[in-house]
Design a protein around this ligand. Structure first.
Ligand code: HEC
Length: 186
């Protein structure tokens, strides 16, 4: 066996592994940063790569048809650490609220509701310096809703008409219902 060839092979393998590791780190970072442009996207990997902020049980709204539903809230990687340090959502942070119709049944714990079909997704992107303009940006955030049937294209036309009024009650906490997310508390 040719020793130099083996060595070279190992060298290349090593390089490939390092490259693999570096590339492997990219998606999460890229995902978070991909949002700093004008376009707001639903991050494809939020369920697996995002941080869990908290959950709501809701009843009687349009999404759930009067049944109990769930809202599960996620944040892009690094958000929790930054928030716990500074008390603010860092620039570029992406929040996703996934809406579920609930399946309620009698289990051994009692009446319990699990997440069934997705009803849609709300996305907010922190824009601390107001770099982005247009009808989906303002008040320090980008705002967009995605229906369960089209994850690529937001249906939101104007956040002031479609989002803002409902978030006014929590203006003091940057328009986010942060009190409900235990992981953000010191
Ligand atoms: C009918 C009122 C209402 C409207 C309209 C609304 N929101 Fe919210 N939103 C809430 C409430 C209340 C919560 C927290 C409780 C819950 O989910 O039930 C919330 C939570 C969120 C969250 C999770 C972070 C947080 O603030 O706790 C995101 C993200 C979000 N909304 C985005 C949006 C976007 C984007 C729009 C517009 C496209 C929008 N919302 C429109 C009432 C509303």
């Amino acid at each position: 066996m040719n020793f130099t060839k083996v060595q070279a092979g190992v060298g290349i393998l090593g390089l490939a592994m390092v490259a693999g590791l570096v590339m492997g780190d990219l998606p999460a970072t890229k995902q978070a940063n991909a949002q700093s442009g004008q376009t707001i996207q639903l991050p494809a990997n939020f369920r697996t790569d995002y941080e869990f902020l908290g959950a709501w049980a809701v009843s009687g709204d349009a999404d759930t048809g009067g049944n109990i539903g769930q809202h599960i809230v996620y944040a892009s990687p690094g958000t929790v650490k930054a928030y716990r340090k500074t008390g603010k959502f860092p620039d570029g942070a992406v929040l996703v609220k996934e809406l579920f119709k609930g399946k309620t049944e009698d289990l051994t714990t009692g009446s319990a509701t699990s997440a069934a079909e997705v009803a849609g997704y709300f996305v907010m992107v922190k824009d601390a310096e107001g770099k982005n303009t247009g009808p989906l940006w303002g008040d320090g955030w980008g705002w967009a809703f995605f229906g369960a049937d089209d994850k690529k294209q937001t249906t939101t036309k104007d956040y002031k008409a479609e989002c803002l009024a409902c978030h006014e009650p929590v203006r003091d906490s940057d328009l986010i219902y942060s009190y409900a997310y235990p992981v953000l508390k010191p």
